[in-house]
Design a protein. Structure first.
Lengths: 148, 141
């Protein structure tokens, strides 16, 4: 089943808020080989003007994940998970994520393209904080392989 | 403190080499919540036509920006980061995989810069168009 072209422009309901924990930031930082004290030490983060430890630049993927799960579960999407390859990824920040942030992500499908039997799906997750201010937009392009 | 006046297009600001093991992949799976078994089970990886267990693309993306984060320290922050996943990183169960990152200045503005990453595994680049925009702290907070 090909990817449903009607998905283009679809905006999903926001996913439940994600509360960024200090230990989660540290765990993620260790997993991506981070060494900056800003990722681990609240005192160092505070000295640099942050309210708590700062998340690494790719941490937003943890928050984005629930929105991509929404997309893959959409009944009429026609996206076969076993054929999905991650093509591109981008994070565009207004400010860094810090521990204590309560983040809400909303997914929009911005583009569906066909290329040589494959489909390219661009999914944009807009992530805002508890006061509704923009923090980061996470953009993924997923390549859905066609029948071989 | 680092400032944009001290860097020029073409400067290498950071370089690093990372030794990935299967343990690294399991750790990243737990930290990120991405439990796709192609990142820890050879039998599953082979059954879907892969040569073996691969590193998560997002792990490669996540570690590749770290030399820039270390270089910046408290002087700035990453405001935009993008990559294209061009080749997989195959992680051998015994020998692991070695990923090398070179971070070079691509453009400089008054209080911002673009850093271009060259990320290689087995002498081939694994990330395309890997660009990091950094913002100096004078314009933040």
């Amino acid at each position: 089943m090909p990817v449903n072209p009607d998905l283009q422009g679809r905006v999903f309901d926001p996913v439940p808020p994600y509360l960024v924990g200090r230990e989660k930031v540290r765990e993620f930082a260790r997993a991506v080989f981070a060494t900056s004290p800003l990722n681990f030490d609240p005192v160092a983060a505070s000295a640099a003007g942050f309210s708590d430890v700062v998340a690494p630049p790719t941490f937003a993927v943890v928050v984005q994940e629930a929105t991509l799960a929404q997309l893959l579960a959409e009944p009429d999407a026609g996206i076969d998970f076993t054929r999905v390859v991650h093509g591109d990824q981008r994070f565009t920040y207004t400010r860094p994520i810090v521990a204590g942030d309560e983040l809400t992500a909303t997914l929009a499908v911005t583009s569906i393209k066909s290329l040589g039997g494959h489909s390219m799906v661009t999914a944009e997750s807009t992530i805002v904080d508890a006061s509704g201010e923009h923090v980061v937009t996470a953009i993924s392009t997923l390549v859905v392989r066609g029948d071989e | 403190m680092i400032s944009t006046s001290s860097i020029t297009v073409g400067d290498i600001v950071a370089e690093a080499t990372y030794a990935l093991s299967r343990d690294s992949l399991v750790r990243y799976a737990g930290a990120s919540g991405d439990f796709n078994p192609i990142h820890y089970r050879d039998d599953v990886a082979v059954s879907v036509g892969l040569p073996g267990v691969l590193a998560h693309g997002m792990l490669t993306m996540g570690l590749a920006v770290q030399p820039v984060v270390e270089w910046l320290g408290a002087s700035g922050w990453v405001s935009d980061y993008q990559v294209r996943f061009t080749r997989p990183v195959l992680v051998d169960p015994v020998d692991g995989a070695t990923v090398t990152v070179v971070a070079k200045v691509g453009s400089v503005e008054e209080s911002a810069a673009r850093i271009d990453l060259t990320v290689t595994f087995n002498d081939e680049t694994v990330l395309g168009k890997a660009q990091v925009h950094v913002q100096m702290r004078t314009t933040f907070a």
